[in-house]
Write a protein that binds this ligand. Structure first.
Ligand code: SF4
Length: 201
């Protein structure tokens, strides 16, 4: 049985793909099959848009604070499906919709993707992870190479024009105080929020 939806705190999380162009050194996929006690998040097949919508229909959206595209993989790998599902949710509920992403959607799809989020996504949370291209490459190990860091920052900047709330995150245990200060400076320059989050492995 596929785990398409799972709950974390007050959020309804959607697991729509296990694909990801990265291999982060701290990725929870390396450590465990479960997140917050959910069923295993490895998918035998990627659920179709209608399977995802059916899974959402099993839930009472009014009992959650937000819907979050997250899961064991990079949700923008399936950007078209993600947007279709977001449009479906928007039609049936005013619930906030967030995408947790590595920010490499432009490189995955070979085009600027932030404009597509307009009117469908309320919050984009992008993993900043590091403060320069070299450290990012070492930690995130994206298949696109050294240009990935700048592409991710560019995506974040673009999002500020189309998404009401843009957040970048770093993990507290794998960053120094100096890196956290530099991260804040990067976020201020991009006009996005910084969230220093706990490691969830
Ligand atoms: S971007 Fe996310 S899913 Fe992909 S390897 Fe990194 S932590 Fe794992």
């Amino acid at each position: 049985m596929e785990t398409i939806t799972y709950e974390v705190k007050n959020g309804l999380y959607l697991n729509i793909t296990n694909r990801c162009p990265c291999s982060c050194t701290f990725c929870i996929r390396n450590n465990d099959d479960h997140v917050y006690g959910s069923e295993p998040l490895w998918l035998d097949h990627e659920p179709s848009v209608s399977e995802i919508c059916d899974a959402i229909d099993q839930k009472d959206l009014a009992s959650y604070e937000e819907v979050v595209f997250c899961g064991y993989g990079e949700p923008t790998e399936r950007l078209d499906a993600l947007l279709e599902v977001a449009a479906y949710i928007k039609k049936k509920s005013p619930i906030r919709i967030r995408v947790n992403t590595n920010g490499l959607s432009d490189l995955i799809h070979g085009e600027k993707t932030a404009p597509k989020l307009k009117g469908l996504i309320d919050v984009v949370s992008i993993s900043l992870n590091a403060t320069n291209p070299e450290d990012y490459l070492k930690m995130v190990r994206p298949k696109f190479g050294i240009g990935s860091f700048d592409a991710m920052l560019s995506f974040a900047k673009d999002c500020t024009a189309y998404v009401p709330d843009v957040v970048m995150t770093i993990v507290d245990t794998v960053t120094t105080k100096e890196e956290q200060e530099k991260s804040l400076q990067i976020c201020n320059d991009l006009s996005v929020r910084l969230r220093i989050r706990e490691y969830e492995g």
